[in-house]
Design a protein around this ligand. Sequence first.
Ligand code: MF3
Ligand code: CO
Length: 329
Amino acid sequence: MREKVGRNDPCWCGSGKKYKKCHMREDEAKGGPPAEAQQTVFKGNVTSLPPVPGHIARPEYADTGRPTPTRESCLKTSDDEIARMRKACDVARQVLDTVLAAVEPGITTEALDDLAYAKTIELGAYPSPFNYQNYPRCICTSINEVVCHGIPDDRVLSEGEIVNCDISVYVNGMHGDCSETVFVGEVSPEAKRLVDSTYECMMDAIKLVEPGQPFFAIGRAIEERAKQDGYSVVRDFTGHGIGKYFHMDPQVLHYFSPRLNQRMEPGMTFTIEPMINEGTWRCRIWPDNWTAVTGDLKLSAQFEHTVLVTESGYEILTAGDDLTPWFRR
Ligand code: MF3
Ligand code: CO
């Protein structure tokens, strides 16, 4: 299934140079990637999108590419804000379901993005990633060793691969954000075990959400299960508060840090989106400045929900009617 990368093959980093002219020496000096590590995803052609129709309300960065720098808290103080948040998360879920239903061998990630674009606009929403720090498309599609922020392109999905589709939308003045990893056709038992464990890591963390809980409990739970299953937790990307802005305070670490001692309060809305790796937790970023891949090119999986802290616990805002993840349906 996975091809061997030779000295004369294109480098894993997407530079277009031969591996021996690019990262081969550096990799050897670091003792990695190990012999069995094989790049399966290469930089493809990214097509630019038509502008979002004028009647759709736009987030602040839509024209400039620059989100407002903010440390504003994700705490929602009115029922109206929470209702608008539910709506945005519901739209994100509908778009995610549309995309995941279309995943099959032979489809390109760009075709998945086209579906997301059409569905998002049909539902009156703006695709949050579009032009966020100049991101060129609507969704992120992260295949196999890609940890996150894979840009949809003309690459075709093949039987045996895993792909995370990450959807965020802006509607009613709020952002909603969710993702799932699914199988492309039949996949190996190793891939199944990773995806299963990653989902359980996220759910373990979600179940802890309640007023008074310190944010470090999230990372502690995720790290504990990942370790038990023999996996590592990505540290370079985090969950985040969400609402009027795409990324708000607090930062939600997926590994344990006692410094994260802020406590959850009713009305907070944030994402939990652990990325779990088969091998090293370290990541590398392609020269496209987005695509993050595992340092050893082994598999990575991710799930994401947006949650609300309620008086008694939590509500998963991006659950839709059926919480069952697609890989188990
Ligand atoms: N869920 C991802 C995040 O919060 C979505 C990234 S969209 C991108 O980071 F535009 F930043 F790529
Ligand atoms: Co997110």
